[in-house]
Design a protein around this ligand. Structure first.
Ligand code: FES
Ligand code: FES
Length: 82
């Protein structure tokens, strides 16, 4: 599978109300960190997740986390140029 586009090399801190969300996996969305349908020209699909109580979360912007959709610190391992 191709590498996802890096939207940014840091997480998006967002306050979310309870509900269903779709995290952009491909990195191409214009409404980061959420899916806007841009993945349709890629091999990626969004990651659906549910928030049960209002909370602040850190959603991965580099698209390299192993704990989707949440940042797991992997962005710190990315070089400046990648
Ligand atoms: Fe990136 Fe939908 S726009 S997964
Ligand atoms: Fe992707 Fe932190 S922003 S792991």
């Amino acid at each position: 599978m191709a590498e996802a586009h890096i939207a940014q090399k840091s997480p998006y801190a967002v306050e979310l109300a309870p509900g269903d969300y779709r995290w952009c996996r491909c990195g191409g969305s214009k409404t980061q960190p959420f899916c806007d349908g841009s993945h349709k020209t890629t091999e990626f699909t969004p990651v659906a997740f549910t928030i049960s109580k209002a909370e602040k979360v850190w959603l991965c912007g580099c698209k390299r986390t192993r704990n989707r959709p949440f940042c797991d610190g992997t962005h710190r391992t990315l070089s400046e140029r990648s």
